[in-house]
Ligand binder design. Structure first.
Ligand SMILES: Nc1ncnc2c1ncn2[C@@H]1O[C@H](COP(=O)(O)OP(=O)(O)OP(=O)(O)O)[C@@H](O)[C@H]1O
Ligand SMILES: [Mg+2]
Length: 244
């Protein structure tokens, strides 16, 4: 904006009004106002960061995008929506969820939509593919790494809600997770469990298979207070393909 004499006086006037308003406020009121502005900025920055690292396909999805063509889809949608609406309560109990079932049924989409909603409301949430988490933690073993294993683990422990997607792929369902990888996942999940942070695991495998492959102690922590939701309908990808 070009600073003309007229809008310079307007600006001076506005600053004066602001100063006068503040003059009538107590020190505590001004401090609280500043804290509120900082809090809003933190929420905004965190939300922008959350969106920045989402897979591009899902960067704009929200709960309203999830079509409910069947009673099962509608039931799962209601549970997830209710989870979002009562997240303060969930946090008190550290309640998580397990989304499991067939490919293309919207597990990733719905979990990211839930994260998106909570992130916008100001909660600290993170969505990550399980393989990426393991790769990230293991990157600390390189000599040039600036972060220790524990520091990276903490990045996944701190969010109030963590969605771990693709826990057990076809490969790892057949026992391809190493003992060390299972130990790392236990570390993340157990520390989150102790802090009462909420974890959502998204997988093709049901809890029985998860227990077998990840270990009973890990899945035991995930299932306490949690619901396992079966995505048991036809692939939406197939449907999208047929529409073309
Ligand atoms: N109920 C739905 N309403 C609208 N779009 C949907 C729905 N279910 C799935 N989709 C869309 O179908 C595609 C596949 O969904 P998504 O990737 O979430 O499936 P998934 O269950 O995670 O599959 P996979 O197990 O293979 O990872 C995405 O483009 C998603 O947006
Ligand atoms: Mg998926």
């Amino acid at each position: 904006m070009i600073m003309t004499a007229k809008n310079k006086t307007t600006l001076q006037h506005l600053v004066q009004v602001k100063l006068n308003t503040n003059l009538h406020k107590t020190h505590d009121e001004v401090r609280r106002e500043h804290q509120e502005i900082t809090r809003k900025e933190v929420i905004k920055n965190r939300h922008e960061l959350f969106v920045k690292y989402l897979p591009r396909r899902f960067s704009t999805v929200n709960l309203e995008c999830f079509k409910q063509d069947t009673a099962e889809q509608a039931k799962i949608f209601r549970i997830v929506k209710e989870y979002a609406n009562t997240f303060d309560e969930r946090l008190k109990q550290g309640t998580g969820m397990i989304f499991f079932g067939k490919p293309g049924t919207g597990k990733t989409m719905l979990s990211i939509s839930l994260c998106n909603e909570l992130s916008k409301k100001g909660y600290f949430v993170q969505y990550k593919n399980c393989k990426e988490v393991l790769r990230h933690i293991k990157s600390s073993y390189h000599r040039e790494s600036r972060q220790s294993e524990e520091e990276i683990i903490q990045q996944y422990v701190q969010p109030q809600l963590l969605v771990l997607d693709e826990v057990l792929t076809e490969h790892s369902m057949n026992g391809e997770l190493s003992k060390h990888e299972k130990h790392l996942l236990f570390e993340v999940i157990n520390q989150r469990y102790e802090k009462m942070h909420c974890t959502i695991v998204v997988s093709k495998a049901n809890t029985l298979v998860l227990s077998k492959q990840l270990g009973v102690r890990t899945v035991d922590r995930l299932t306490e207070n949690s619901v396992a939701l079966a995505f048991d309908w036809d692939s939406y990808r197939k449907y999208l393909g047929e529409q073309k």
